[in-house]
Write a protein that binds this ligand. Structure first.
Ligand code: GNR
Ligand code: NI
Length: 168
């Protein structure tokens, strides 16, 4: 197990479209395990492989307070959505930025789990929001791209300034 480095917006690699997983083999399971460790260490509720510079369709999620309900989703697909909900989102790739985003409220999801078995379930609330946020990452989309051009420009400036301080 190891902690992976999380890419920070506006890194261009966050816009890569992730490829479907053809075989849930040991390498993919290792990636999922490392991603889970990285998510827990960063105190996030989700992480997409895109964020650790692995352009494959793997996400890990844990929205439980106890931090012991890990969900590994491989090739996740939303095949039904109902309703609209707006909530404040954040992202490990966009530190210290939080803003309102509209999502489908309730969704039905199909994916493969860590063992390569098909899973099919409904999601509501924060789990629904998190799954949609992570699938966006796999499609190369970061939540700030739903915000106005003005807000995006401010976020880029703020993050670049912080990056310079960290690099210097
Ligand atoms: O940790 C995270 N919190 C969060 C809060 C509201 C909506 C989405 C998220 S996902 C985020 C972790 C992350 O960046 N996943 O890609
Ligand atoms: Ni994110």
């Amino acid at each position: 197990m190891s902690i992976l480095q999380i890419l920070k917006y506006p890194d261009k690699r966050l816009h890569n479209f992730a490829k479907p997983v053809l075989n849930v083999d040991y390498e993919i399971q290792q990636l999922a395990d490392d991603m889970a460790e990285t998510m827990y260490e960063a105190s996030g509720i989700g992480l997409a492989a895109t964020q650790v510079n692995e352009p494959v369709r793997v996400v890990v999620i844990d929205v439980s307070d106890s931090r012991d309900e890990l969900l590994v989703l491989i090739n996740p697909e939303v095949y039904f959505e109902k309703g609209v909900i707006s909530s404040e989102e954040g992202c490990l790739s966009v530190p210290n930025v939080y803003d309102q985003v509209e999502r489908a409220e309730d969704i039905k999801v199909r994916a493969l789990d860590r063992a390569g078995q098909i899973i099919d379930f409904e999601a509501t609330g924060i789990l629904s929001i998190c799954i949609q946020h992570e699938i966006d990452h796999l499609d190369g989309k970061v939540f700030v791209e739903y915000l106005s051009r003005l807000k995006q420009d401010r976020i880029v400036k703020k993050l670049k300034k912080r990056q310079e301080i960290n690099d210097g």
